[in-house]
Design a protein around this ligand. Structure first.
Ligand code: HEM
Length: 452
């Protein structure tokens, strides 16, 4: 049954937010998680771009389309806070990560962190990752049933140890840290949200302790010796006016950055691999682009030339936004597209479904990387039409890092292997947490004769 979220103040001229909230707390959670595209279309048809429902135990306003997304993400009147919204999901494990900070405090941290993402820093990260990518790819075993998702996940995790931590670990220690990290990430989507021994939440809390201990133990040496990795960069980062991170800040930001980078890049590469398997003409086009470069390893100066990979990456992140929803909590009464939204509710920008709105994207279900070509630039229809990296103050700080990593990996991959799926194969995409293929995306992987 339709109901209003809250009555707008007398004389405000604002409209109420209307929705079909479902039963308190549970609301429409399961349907929305399992069939997000269908639910989004139904809601939009019935209530327009701003509607509400109970979702994951909270009164949640969902805003569809780029106009509403812009209002929330740009956050002009500082009504939308990240901390309380994200903390609900990941607070205990990613405590004081930059995405969970707000307003002046966030800005202070962001200015310092920016120093770890300058061009020279990115250049150095890219040089560091090239050999590890080659080694990981060489260890892949060609054949049928090769699970892309699992292999890419392992690859990006191993890269994180090199490029992010810059600490050489023996296999057992690397597995211990990677395992803790995986547990911390998984805990965010636990159903039982308190520490019962053996369950996800409990493992997440324990994992957080392992990661804190690890970074704290290595911190003095990092501060002393420096290096080209992200850990060293955060230790050294300093703004023009002399602000630096404390030891606690470095630990918190490292743990968060590892999480922010890992699953997102894995999902992006897996989605690219899926569409390149279904569209061999695109796979060949990209392979030709990589071969034409004449270099087995991509260099920083080559990045802009990889226009094919660039378009495919944009299209992949449009079709499957790795961070499918951006939650905020209202800290005061506000308005979204003329609707009254009271303080204390969760507001969600659903990037995953926004990217499939036929109102903004022609033929949205079609894999069509050329829509990002200079001649077409369909994303220009609105600044927030294509929003996989978010926007406003919290826009992904690792955006260029992600592009660099994806291009570096795919370039070496295309030169070594061809991959395919049976005609008509469609992946079963799990949207109940961060999107991923339920079957791990099995492909036939074939080793190519030459590597460049
Ligand atoms: C394709 C890959 C990636 C995608 C799609 C992605 C997406 C996003 C999104 C949507 C946000 C904003 C969240 C919000 O507004 O609530 C974000 C924030 C962030 N991302 Fe990424 N990300 C990616 C890769 C990376 C990488 C590689 C790094 C680090 C090297 C990174 C570090 C961060 C950090 C630190 C934030 C928080 C920024 C802040 O709050 O100021 N991300 N990312």
């Amino acid at each position: 049954m339709a109901s209003i979220l809250a009555r707008p103040p007398e004389g405000s001229g604002l409209k109420p937010v209307i929705g079909e909230p479902g039963p308190p707390y549970i609301g429409n959670t399961l349907r929305t998680m399992r069939r997000p595209f269908q639910v989004a279309r139904e809601r939009y048809a019935q209530f327009g771009p701003v509607t509400w429902s109970w979702l994951l135990g909270q009164r949640t306003v969902t805003v569809q389309g780029p106009e509403a997304a812009e209002q929330v993400l740009v956050n002009r009147d500082k009504a939308f806070a990240n901390g309380p919204a994200w903390s609900y999901f990941i607070g205990p494990f990613f405590h004081r990560g930059i995405m969970l900070l707000d307003f002046d405090e966030h800005l202070h941290h962001r200015r310092i962190m920016q120093q770890a993402f300058t061009r020279p820093r990115l250049h150095a990260y890219m040089d560091m990752m090239a050999p590890s990518i080659g080694e990981s790819l060489d260890a892949w075993r060609p054949g049928p049933g090769f699970k892309v998702y699992d292999h890419v996940k392992q690859l990006t995790l191993d890269l994180a140890t090199d490029v992010f931590m810059g600490v050489s670990l023996d296999r057992a220690e690397a597995d211990r840290i990677n395992g803790a990290f995986i547990d911390a990430v998984r805990a965010g989507t636990a159903y039982v949200r308190f520490p019962v021994p053996g369950l996800r939440w409990h493992r997440g809390v324990r994992a957080r302790k392992v990661l804190e201990g690890f970074f704290r133990a290595h911190l003095p040496a990092k501060r002393r010796d420096g290096g080209d990795d992200l850990f060293a960069a955060l230790c050294q980062a300093e703004t023009d006016d002399g602000h630096r991170f404390t030891d606690d800040d470095v630990v918190n930001h490292m743990i968060f950055a590892l999480m922010a980078a890992h699953d997102t890049t894995t999902i992006t590469l897996t989605t690219m691999a899926y569409h390149l398997a279904r569209h061999p003409e695109w796979q060949e086009r990209l392979r030709e682009e990589s071969r034409a470069l004449g270099r087995p390893v991509l260099e920083f100066a080559d990045l802009d030339a990889m226009t094919g990979i660039d378009m495919v990456m944009k299209e992949a992140t449009r079709l499957v936004a790795p961070v499918p929803a951006l939650p905020r909590r209202t800290v005061k009464d506000t308005a979204i597209l003329g609707h009254h939204v009271p303080a204390g509710v969760t507001v969600v920008v659903p990037t995953l479904t926004n990217h499939h709105m036929p109102e903004w994207w022609p033929d949205p279900e079609r894999f069509d990387p050329e829509r990002f070509s200079p001649e077409r630039r369909e994303d220009k229809v609105h600044r927030y039409a294509w929003e996989p990296f978010g926007g406003g103050a919290h826009k992904c700080i690792g955006l260029h890092f992600a592009g660099m990593q994806v291009k570096s990996i795919l370039h070496q991959w295309l030169l070594r292997y061809r991959w395919s799926v049976p005609a008509g194969y469609e992946w079963p995409l799990d949207t109940t947490s961060l999107p991923s293929p339920k079957d791990g995306l099995p492909v036939r992987l074939e080793r190519l004769e030459t590597t460049g």
